[in-house]
Write a protein that binds this ligand. Structure first.
Ligand code: ADP
Ligand code: MG
Length: 402
């Protein structure tokens, strides 16, 4: 992949596809990690005399056409304001994505200036399955600039107009964030130092089954927790009470367990739980000291014995990939397992990678020092698909040869 840093950009207008999809809480930006992660590339281009026009998606606008979506929002305005604060210079927000407003701004902006197009998902064409429909939007985006830089790692697994089609229409290169993310993921997929331990949690087993299947051939140990663990426990014949179960996945889970056994991969499931009478922040937590969960109880976190077991299984690791919180960490009464696992991983000397939006949010919420992990990925779906061995459309469009 060509590096953005190697592009000659002086006096040129560069379209940067970034991932600025940060959580919004009552109109205020929560965790601005993704905006911060986008700064190095933007700053480098500005310092080298480019005009930078940034394109990004934000949330999930609803509506059949542009007008409805733009009216409903969310607008990138708060993001433009935060980006301006962090860059220490004004950021002009266009009134549209790639229409008259964006065109005039792009035409008149000078070297060292930054503008942001409105939420690219206001354009229904962005996510269209029809190549021609996406192509028309891609052409309008490409017309804004002389050069394209792909730096939105979190969107690289999407075959979207601004990610996949636009780079084909302009000289293109990968930004620093994308290059850093790919370098780390490549270490995980090619000869990782062993033992290689993978910790998976999160809500749904269906989100992660493909990556589990692929990692069975690569990792030495799989530690499975969070909501998905109950489907695994159920597949082994344990009782799981009212905990979330994806019954339709039981067959596949059984296959994965058999494949792991055949490959000599250790699969470690929770041996105790923190449960409650209901799935709520203010529910009373209660430790169940075995793998079985009684009827009427819902599992919300791994128990203390599981935390200890996981820590032991991580203690000699040389490579760790962690995706998905082991418990409902958003609620303090059920955050102990996530805290324990995060602590055990941060104690590992070796490559430790955290992937997934909620996992990254958990790490920040737990206030662990920023250097507690080797790498915190900005992309959940994108990093998982990379580890599944799938080709990411956005990387393919940038030319992922080297
Ligand atoms: P990531 O974004 O890091 O990939 P996921 O989106 O897969 O993670 O899962 C995150 C969610 O999983 C969190 O919101 C968390 O509350 C939820 N979760 C964790 N443990 C449980 C559980 N025992 N029951 C239900 N949900 C859970
Ligand atoms: Mg998530």
């Amino acid at each position: 992949m060509r590096r953005a840093e190697d592009l000659e950009v002086r006096g040129r207008t560069v379209l940067v596809r970034a991932d600025l999809n940060v959580p919004l809480d009552n109109g205020a930006i929560g965790d601005d990690g993704r905006i911060r992660a986008s700064l190095p590339t933007i700053r480098d281009l500005l310092a080298r005399g480019a005009a930078v026009i940034v394109c990004a998606h934000f949330g999930r606008p609803k509506g059949d056409d542009y007008a409805e979506r733009a009216a409903g929002g969310p607008s990138l305005r708060p993001v433009a304001e935060r980006l301006a604060e962090l860059l220490g210079q004004p950021v002009t927000l266009a009134g549209d994505v790639a229409g008259e407003s964006a065109r005039v701004i792009a035409e008149t902006m000078g070297a060292g200036e930054v503008a942001l197009c409105e939420n690219v998902r206001f354009e229904p064409a962005e996510t269209s399955k029809d190549d021609e429909v996406r192509g028309e939007l891609a052409a309008r985006l490409a017309a804004l600039a002389d050069v394209y830089v792909g730096d939105g790692f979190g969107a690289m697994h999407r075959m979207h107009a601004s990610v996949y089609d636009t780079p084909r229409l302009l000289p293109h290169a990968a930004g620093q964030l994308v290059l850093a993310e790919v370098a780390v993921l490549r270490q995980l997929t090619t000869s990782p130092a062993r033992p290689y331990v993978v910790v998976l949690g999160g809500a749904k087993v269906s989100d992660k089954l493909a990556v589990i299947g692929n990692l069975v051939g690569k990792a030495d140990r799989l530690l499975i927790a969070g909501g998905m663990a109950y489907t695994f426990l159920a597949a082994q014949g344990h009782r799981i009470g009212d905990s979330i179960l994806q019954a339709e996945q039981l067959g596949q889970v059984t296959t994965v367990l058999a494949d792991a056994a055949k490959a000599g991969v250790e699969v470690i499931l929770p041996v105790d739980h923190v449960v409650a009478d209901r799935f709520a922040a203010d529910a009373q937590p209660e430790v169940v000291p075995g793998p079985d969960i009684p009827d009427g109880k819902t599992g919300l976190d791994i128990g203390p014995a599981t935390s200890e077991l996981f820590a032991r299984k991580l203690s000699d690791a040389k490579t760790v990939f962690w995706n998905g919180p082991p418990g409902v960490f958003e609620w303090p009464a059920f955050a102990a397992g996530t805290r324990a696992v995060a602590g055990a991983i941060s104690a590992v000397t070796g490559l430790t990678v955290v992937g997934g939006g909620d996992s990254a949010a958990a790490v920040r919420q737990l206030n662990l020092p920023p250097d507690a992990f080797s790498h915190i990925s900005t992309g959940g779906g994108a990093s998982l698909e990379y580890l599944e061995g799938r080709e990411l459309p956005g990387l393919a469009a940038l030319g992922d040869e080297t």
